[in-house]
Design a binder for this molecule. Structure first.
Ligand SMILES: Nc1ncnc2c1ncn2[C@@H]1O[C@H](COP(=O)(O)OP(=O)(O)OP(=O)(O)O)[C@@H](O)[C@H]1O
Length: 517
């Protein structure tokens, strides 16, 4: 298969806002790929190329060689070239990489050059196409989309799922199973502005759980071994001995739990989020004394209680309804390891739980359907979060050099929400409020790494960094393409645990904040 095919498909997908048209274009492209190429096609089209691994700076992409007249680059050929570029190291590696990129681009036609540059610069990398891509794989392989989504949840990446679907259909997809020790993509929550609205979306009775502002953790137990993974599926076991200790002695042969880890003060109220985050951050100030994390588990995806017990045998619980998974959780976990939870059909009672959680310094509640299975992502909205004050996770699109005291620092952030219709981002406003000196220094360094171009004092960056923003409301604004702007936006913190594909969408912004005039 030729890169020209992928470039053309990428253009077609970007050029239409219709979901169906996107799926059709992607499926058509996948049908032309052989099973081995499919994984690469999927990765490139969803912009999943690991830029940092390839390590091509923007400078290498600025001076383009003249384009080739005819397309000749093949998918395996380009992939091999990327691997070669990524492997260059040692003295002179920057120049060597630049030469290799120039040689690759010199063999590309103009549209192929455009595509490869956007791929290398990370500008295709919104991954917003995950849902669309899963549907396209299903269409190309002639299987149900649910089969593809399930395999994606279990495997964590769509490339290998596409290969399996095209090579072996449903049988290939079902070969992806839940294995203790291998993390799966976590279930996420939709948002509602109030308890009443959240209840309105679920059946009469639902579970109301505290929402703690900690770190999501998937805890895998097998025999005496405990392993802990983040929501981005990275292993953090070695950093959290107290979590391993808390879970080690449970009466299970094997299990996979889902939950939240948080640093609590002796009075049970949470420490500021940074204290929790410091326990798993890769770059931390060594001077701070680590504060132990408490474990609050709220789901179980797999359970084998061992011979002679209630569930004698092994069991993947992903398809079991919420109430049944919780019953299993209650059976094997002591109360102090479980997330506080009340089952009720009464919104007034639910509001009491919410008020209590907030009074104790927590974020709010997650209202959970009793009958939905465990599914990755926000699909189906079996979980709905309600907070007293909604915040948004937005993507930094650009940043302005500061003035005065902030001279030499990247300060005023341009904030964007995801636009699922286009796969791009919609700008919602700017802010330099809420930034501490520490955050300013950190973002200056990080955003310089992500810079793609600079005009006057505005540095445009690869849309990768997710920042959590508080705001007072949303108002109409002709200045931005989405027609709305945030009022009094201020930075709460960065969300390095989230990718741009997980940032809030423009639809979420409208759902949590009615537009004021
Ligand atoms: N009881 C709970 N049930 C589920 N998730 C919980 C609970 N308590 C805290 N959480 C956290 O809330 C997150 C679910 O909300 P969501 O899917 O919107 O992710 P998020 O965007 O990280 O949330 P937020 O930014 O609001 O913390 C989970 O990833 C988890 O870390």
């Amino acid at each position: 298969m030729l890169i020209a095919d992928i470039a053309r498909t990428s253009g077609a997908v970007a050029g239409t806002s219709g979901r169906k048209a996107k799926v059709t274009a992607l499926a058509e492209c996948l049908r032309r790929a052989d099973a081995g190429e499919a994984a690469i096609v999927v990765a490139y089209l969803s912009g999943e190329l690991p830029q940092r691994q390839i390590g091509v700076g923007y400078a290498a992409l600025r001076d383009l060689p003249p384009p080739a007249a005819e397309p000749s680059l093949t998918v395996p050929g380009v992939d091999a070239a990327f691997t070669e570029i990524g492997a260059v190291s040692g003295p002179g590696s920057v120049a060597r990489r630049r030469d290799l990129v120039a040689s690759l681009l010199g063999r590309a036609t103009r549209p192929e050059q455009d595509f490869l540059i956007r791929l290398l610069a990370g500008e295709l990398r919104q991954g917003a196409l995950d849902g669309v891509m899963a549907e396209a794989i299903a269409a190309a392989a002639e299987v149900k989309p649910a089969e593809v989504r399930r395999a994606f949840m279990l495997r964590g990446s769509l490339g290998p799922v596409a290969t399996a679907a095209l090579a072996d259909g449903v049988a290939g997809l079902r070969a992806f199973t839940l294995e203790v020790g291998r993390p799966v993509k976590p279930m996420l929550a939709a948002a509602a502005p109030s308890i009443g609205e959240a209840f309105g979306k679920l059946k009469a009775e639902a579970a109301v759980e505290w929402k703690l502002d900690g770190i999501r953790a998937q805890v895998h137990v097998s025999g005496g071994e405990v392993r802990v993974f983040t929501r981005t599926l990275d292993e953090i076991t070695a950093r959290l001995p107290e979590v391993v200790e808390a879970v080690r002695g449970l009466p299970v042969r094997a299990a996979v739990f889902d939950g939240e880890l948080i640093a609590l003060r002796p009075d049970g109220r949470p420490h500021p989020f940074q204290v929790t985050a410091a326990r798993t951050a890769t770059r931390t100030a060594k001077s701070t004394e680590p504060v132990p994390l408490s474990v609050f588990l709220f789901d179980v995806l797999y359970l084998d209680e061992g011979a002679g017990t209630a569930s004698d045998g092994s069991g993947d619980l992903l398809d079991a309804p919420g109430a049944e998974r919780n019953a299993a959780l209650v059976r094997v976990l002591p109360e102090e390891l479980r997330m506080p939870r009340v089952v009720t059909g009464d919104p007034v009672r639910a509001k009491e739980v919410f008020d209590e959680a907030v009074a104790r310094g927590h974020e709010g509640v997650v209202i959970k359907s009793l009958d939905t299975p465990y599914t990755a992502g926000r699909r189906g909205a079996g979980w709905i979060k309600v907070k007293p004050r909604h915040t948004l996770d937005l993507v930094v699109l650009a940043v302005e050099w500061g003035h005065g005291r902030r001279r030499g620092l990247l300060s005023n952030l341009h904030l964007g929400a995801r636009d699922p219709a286009t796969g791009g981002f919609v700008m919602l406003g700017k802010t330099f409020k809420g930034l501490t000196d520490e955050l300013l220094a950190w973002q200056t360094e990080r955003l310089r790494e992500l810079a793609v171009r600079e005009d006057d004092w505005v540095v445009h960056v690869r849309p990768e960094l997710v920042v959590e923003i508080a705001f007072d409301g949303v108002q109409h604004s002709p200045r931005y393409s989405g027609g709305i702007a945030l009022r009094f936006a201020r930075v709460l913190r960065y969300r390095p645990d989230k990718s741009a594909a997980e940032a809030d969408t423009i639809d979420t912004v409208r759902a949590v904040a009615p537009v004021m005039d």
